[in-house]
Design a protein. Structure first.
Length: 282
């Protein structure tokens, strides 16, 4: 049996995606998902290995991809720090840059136990869940303002059998965390100015929640201001704060943290060489 059909759908993906590399990844992901063949073995798949149901599912998925819907939403899941995370329009799709933030925390606390973590703007819960997986004896909390995001975070928590204490709060309003003192706060808050919306990928703008992405042009670092201020009251002495940032506002975030007396500030870049995260110590 030839691979004519497989070649046809791969070509369709090449024509509608940004690069052949992306098309190959999406192709392998779809075949793996709907044929139940391991991702690494997709290269061995032939037309005869696909059922009618699989072909129908693949073709429907490709139609959605042509409408710019993210692959993670089509599959309903993604991988993050070796965990399977359910995805939906309710929260940001977990990204590799955020994995780097988690790896940084893991490095810094690899020999510690019984820690207390708070993940602010938890979304899918990917950060909190990854920390719980790496520090199983620690208490991990997730906070978000969106009911739908919290429902998704709870779903991921139950699916992975990782106990996270999730609750609703608005960082920009008056709120108090559950504990009086924490070892670590971490956050990937909204940080993209509204004015950048028109230049962004339609996959992001049309399919991911605005409230998790955008901040007013006149106050692009407002979340960092509130987080840093609250951290002074609820982080332990020598407690650590880790935040993901917009590269253009690196100096602004550093200025905020310095204003509130945080020390040992360190900036790290992502795999693209952009300033992407900052650590500070109370």
């Amino acid at each position: 049996m030839s691979k004519i059909y497989l070649q046809k759908i791969k070509q369709e993906l090449i024509e509608c995606l940004d690069s052949e590399r992306e098309a190959n990844f999406v192709f392998r992901s779809l075949i793996s998902e709907f044929s139940e063949v391991p991702f690494s073995q997709v290269i061995l798949v032939e037309d005869k290995d696909l059922t009618k149901e699989a072909i129908t599912s693949i073709e429907k998925a490709i139609e959605r991809i042509k409408l710019n819907e993210p692959l993670q939403h089509i599959l309903g899941k993604t991988e993050f720090c070796d965990l399977q995370i359910f995805c939906s329009k309710s929260a940001l799709i977990p990204r590799p840059e955020t994995e780097e933030l988690v790896h940084w925390i893991n490095e810094d606390f690899k020999n510690k136990r019984n820690l207390t973590f708070l993940d602010l703007c938890t979304g899918t819960g990917c950060i909190a869940l990854s920390l719980k997986a790496n520090f199983p004896e620690s208490r991990v909390e997730g906070l978000d303002f969106s009911d739908h995001a919290l429902e998704l975070a709870e779903l991921n928590s139950k699916n992975l059998n990782l106990e996270i204490i999730n609750y609703k709060a608005n960082i920009l309003e008056d709120w108090s965390p559950k504990l009086m003192e924490y070892d670590v706060w971490v956050s990937n808050p909204p940080y993209i100015p509204e004015s950048e919306k028109t230049s962004m990928d339609i996959k992001v703008v049309d399919f991911e929640p605005d409230m998790a992405l955008f901040v007013p042009d006149d106050s692009p670092v407002i979340f960092y201001e509130r987080i840093a201020e609250k951290g002074l009251a609820f982080l332990k002495n020598n407690g650590h704060l880790y935040v993901e940032i917009h590269e253009d506002y690196t100096d602004n975030v550093i200025a905020i943290l310095s204003k509130f007396g945080y020390r040992n500030l360190e900036v790290r870049q992502d795999l693209q060489g952009k300033n992407r995260m900052i650590k500070a110590v109370k």
